[in-house]
Design a protein around this ligand. Structure first.
Ligand SMILES: C[S@@+](CC[C@H](N)C(=O)[O-])C[C@H]1O[C@@H](n2cnc3c(N)ncnc32)[C@H](O)[C@@H]1O
Length: 246
């Protein structure tokens, strides 16, 4: 069993040498005027692409996207995860074909060197997501595996982890932009409750802290349980997001 490590690890010991790491973020978010019909720090009920179309270009330092994937299920014998749970998942709004459109919308809204944290499933991780980035200024810069500390379903192996791809809008740059250097790329965090797809608030908080300043706006156009809004609340950031189901 992977050891619990729900918080960022301690900084490396001070060796007296000049560190290549910068713990200062030198980028300020441009002013982001709230478009009519939207509200900060609220659970907006809205279609995500419409939401993105309302946002100004080039202003948000951080976005999360956690699409409703069906890739793995579509490649398994259907109903494999149990009739009731399978039926519940099948009834969720799917967005596989729309993912590149969501990504392009987020790319437009991000400020230069802004980050998109994209949750992905095993199937898309293995087959590749490069084609989703065509025509955008986004580039893959890192990835975090989330160990859920909970054993899920699966015929061959049972799912215990999910994957978060870290994308950065051009210009690609880490120093003076990413200011927390203690986040492990295998993150272990148990999410309480048995909801279908909540993501870990601790990991999302650490990432938000790494690539934004207090008060900055974090966007999430498919927010589900609004775990990113909770992460923003904990870190003093401003949440702007929606879900088609509110
Ligand atoms: C995997 S869940 C997100 C979970 C979320 N990250 C959390 O931590 O709870 C995907 C969400 O996308 C929403 N969704 C699907 N299609 C959408 C659309 N076109 N616009 C906005 N939300 C959509 C679903 O309602 C679902 O809540």
């Amino acid at each position: 069993m992977v050891e619990q490590a729900t918080t960022a690890q301690e900084a490396p010991p001070d060796t007296g040498r000049v560190s290549v790491f910068s713990s200062v973020r030198q980028m300020d978010q441009p002013p982001l005027a709230l478009p009519p019909g939207l509200a900060f720090d609220s659970r907006l009920r809205m279609e995500g692409l419409h939401f993105l179309s309302l946002l100004p270009s080039g202003a948000a330092p951080v976005a999360f996207l956690d699409p409703q994937y069906r890739g793995v299920l579509d490649h398994l014998a259907y109903g494999n995860e149990g009739e009731r749970r399978g039926a519940a998942r099948a009834s969720l709004p799917q967005m596989t074909d729309e993912i590149p459109v969501f990504i392009a919308g987020i790319d437009r809204c991000l400020m230069p060197s802004g980050h998109l944290f994209l949750w992905t499933d095993k199937y898309h991780l293995c087959t590749g997501i490069g084609h989703w980035l065509e025509g955008t200024a986004l580039e893959i810069v890192d990835m975090v595996t989330w160990h859920k500390q909970r054993i899920g379903m699966g015929y061959r192996t049972r799912r215990a982890s999910e994957y978060l791809i870290v994308l950065q809008k051009a210009p690609r740059k880490a120093k003076g932009v990413w200011k927390v250097h203690t986040i492990p790329d295998m993150w272990s965090e148990k999410v309480p409750g048995r909801r279908v797809h909540p993501k870990p608030v601790g990991l999302q908080s650490a990432l938000i802290e790494a690539v934004s300043n207090p008060g900055d706006v974090v966007i999430d156009p498919a927010a589900g349980s609004f775990s990113v809004m909770e992460a923003c609340r904990q870190k003093g950031r401003t949440f702007l997001g929606c879900d088609i189901n509110g």
